[in-house]
Design a protein around this ligand. Structure first.
Ligand code: NI
Length: 260
């Protein structure tokens, strides 16, 4: 199996201090590519620096909805400049989080829309974080695309919605990415969603350092090597040969992010 962790936070302190070992364990497990995702200006800079150090490591730069309240025009100018770096393959994570509401909803919307503008201008795909804001997120994407035209690509990351919501995402031509959350006991609704997502529109991620998949949930700090558990679990759920499943989702990730 050769897999790509399409959404990890390797610059977060839980992993950054031990990054060489994290990458070695990942490669040994068959997870041989990484997209390390920024969430605020500091993490974005670190993500690009880290991606520059490792072969087959790429970066996404974006402002998480939690941090929307702190965004100024300068933040966005810097983001756009950084996004032109060679190893940046996407804008994100971005979106709406009405579960925590750490930033006022109007700030979340404004910052989301500005990032969509940047992605469109630079012709980069976008990584969407969406929590308890599904209809609102789809609305913003529809309106944006209606006025400005298609985006290069849209992926709903760490998808934990229903099959009905997955259908809506797929019908828009977007991709869906799953974390180890699908292996959790209480994720029956999300497992129903997995069944309707074709393997060529599905991506795998850890979202580490968070959310280790079963049966490794005791490992408090998740890391890319553990993604193989999620991969095997999903292959079984989709009744596919693990190698065929891995080939399909790796191809989907490479095509979505335009990786060599
Ligand atoms: Ni994330």
């Amino acid at each position: 199996m050769e897999l790509i962790d399409t959404h990890c936070h390797l610059t977060f302190e839980q992993l950054a201090g031990d990054i060489e070992a994290v990458v070695d364990r990942s490669r040994a497990a068959g997870v041989v590519g990484w997209i390390t995702v920024g969430t605020d200006p500091e993490q974005n800079r670190k993500a690009v620096e880290l991606a520059n150090r490792f072969e087959n490591m790429y970066a996404a730069v974006g402002i998480h909805p939690h941090d929307a309240k702190d965004v100024t025009a300068g933040t966005m100018a810097e983001l756009k400049e950084l996004a032109r770096s060679e190893k940046v393959v996407a804008i994100g994570e971005m979106g709406l989080d009405f579960h925590y509401d750490f930033s006022p909803q109007q700030d979340q919307r404004r910052v989301f829309e500005t990032q969509l503008e940047i992605a469109r201008e630079l012709n980069l795909p976008v990584i969407i974080h969406c929590r308890e804001a599904f209809d609102e997120t789809i609305d913003i994407l529809e309106q944006f695309i209606g006025v400005k035209g298609r985006l290069k690509g849209v992926v709903f990351h760490c998808f934990s919605g229903s099959a009905r919501q997955a259908r809506i995402v797929l019908d828009h031509g977007f991709y869906i990415s799953f974390t180890g959350v699908v292996t959790f006991k209480n994720a029956e609704k999300t497992r129903e969603a997995v069944k309707i997502v074709p393997a060529d529109r599905l991506m795998l991620e850890t979202d580490c350092p968070y959310m280790s998949p079963a049966p490794m949930r005791k490992q408090k700090i998740n890391e890319p090597a553990l993604m193989i558990h999620t991969a095997r679990f999903l292959a079984e759920l989709k009744e596919m040969d693990p190698a065929d499943f891995a080939r399909a989702v790796t191809a989907a990730g490479k095509s979505f992010f335009d990786l060599p």
